[in-house]
Design a binder for this molecule. Structure first.
Ligand code: HCR
Length: 378
């Protein structure tokens, strides 16, 4: 059964890849992996997973009070997990190694306004290459909802699995009538990448993540995999506690990639139906920094199994990047971010994180400059 999903000719390079992971911790993206495990999709596309059920994102604005808004945010969040963590298995056969974005890489897209839910726009920028950090901004202007966040990963190897600690957080803002707003600090779960032995990696979530509302409502979400409780993969249990209390007012339980229920057995989430992928301009219409245009030849090589083309095209991109960095050093200049400003400590993270004793107590952030492109609207 060792490496049963690995093509015979790549078993050796899969074994060396696993050895290098085991001996290593930090930034996995820099390790060379065998061709069968390469994905043609860049990490800058991943923030789109936050909104592949745009009606649930929009529904947050329609909730009638603080308590219902916290429930709506939790429902939307749980419903994103299937896309975030299992969609590559469905699309590509297993979890794969995404393309490692270059500094300044961009990804723009939108979900059109259908049935009065409003249009939702997405702006993503790769704000660091080593370590890889991706910043994003998602906005449904007609509903007054925004999501701003960034993502980095710290990886280590334990018991035959890759452990991924997600660094970063997201802030969801709901702009209410009369100029009021409610904000939600969203922390991110820990990942374990299992199935490496077979050459068929998949993600399981573990430990706890939080959604803290500025009104005081707190969702505490616990993740478990096979071998716990029901013995099934992808289980979660979420409790929602009112401001200033430790007693759960609502409890939800189930499988984040299928369905879940509240404590009375009423349906809470159901992601068994289709999701809606983000609409993106064609490669011809994109600028040279937009992900699908930038990686088009590498992606084609990977898709068509022509790894010579893929690696030649990848080297061109990497050499261009190295040259840019050298030029910047020579000119004494620094790469300027296009859509985000860096702040070394996020005041909202500190304020809301204090309420549930967030670890770490302080985090940096990337603040959107409100200067995204004009995206088509229906
Ligand atoms: C760990 C991971 C890169 C990061 C991916 C993140 C954490 C990015 C943010 C998204 O919101 C959610 C998300 C989902 C992915 O599951 C996670 C990736 C899984 C694998 C990949 C590694 C860098 C690649 C490891 C190589 C393996 C597959 C052999």
């Amino acid at each position: 059964i060792w490496a049963s999903a690995v093509p015979a000719s790549q078993k050796g390079s899969w074994a060396s890849f696993l050895k290098s992971i085991a001996a290593f911790s930090g930034d996995l993206s820099s390790l060379t992996a065998p061709p069968f495990i390469l994905s043609p999709i860049s990490l800058t596309e991943f923030p789109a997973y936050w909104c592949e059920r745009p009606e649930l994102f929009a529904a947050i604005a329609d909730a009638k009070n603080e308590e219902d808004r916290s429930i709506a945010v939790l429902r939307w969040f749980i419903s994103t997990l299937k896309g975030q963590y299992t969609s590559r298995n469905e699309k590509l056969g297993s979890e794969k190694k995404p393309l490692n974005p270059v500094l300044g890489e961009l990804f723009y897209g939108y979900w059109p306004d259908i049935k009065g839910r409003g249009q939702t726009n997405l702006v993503v920028e790769q704000v660091s290459h080593h370590p890889p950090i991706t910043a994003y901004w998602i906005e449904n202007a007609s509903k007054g909802i925004t999501l701003q966040g960034h993502n980095a990963q710290k990886t280590s190897f334990s018991g035959g699995s890759i452990i991924v600690k997600q660094i970063g957080h997201a802030v969801l803002t709901v702009n209410l009538p009369e100029g009021k707003k409610e904000q939600f600090l969203i922390t991110l779960p820990r990942l374990r990448i299992d199935g490496l032995w077979y050459g068929s990696p998949y993600v399981e979530l573990s430990e706890t993540s939080y959604i803290q509302s500025s009104t005081g409502w707190l969702s505490t979400i616990e993740y478990k995999g096979k071998g716990y409780f029901s013995g099934k993969s992808h289980q979660f249990k979420a409790v929602l506690t009112p401001p200033g209390s430790n007693n759960a007012k609502h409890t939800y339980e189930g499988l984040w990639h299928e369905k879940s229920k509240d404590s009375r057995g009423a349906p809470f989430t159901d992601v068994t139906g289709p999701k809606e992928e983000v609409t993106v301009a064609s490669v011809e219409q994109q600028n040279e920094w937009e992900s699908r245009r930038l990686w088009q030849h590498v992606a084609r090589g990977i898709r068509e199994g022509d790894f010579e083309v893929a690696s030649r095209e990848k080297s061109k991109i990497e050499n261009d990047q190295r040259q840019r960095r050298r030029d910047e050093v020579a000119a004494g200049t620094k790469w300027e971010l296009k859509h985000f400003d860096y702040i070394d400590s996020d005041p909202l993270y500190e304020e809301l994180g204090r309420l549930f004793k967030a670890v770490p107590p302080t985090e940096d952030a990337y603040v959107y400059k409100q200067n995204g492109p004009t995206l088509p609207s229906a």
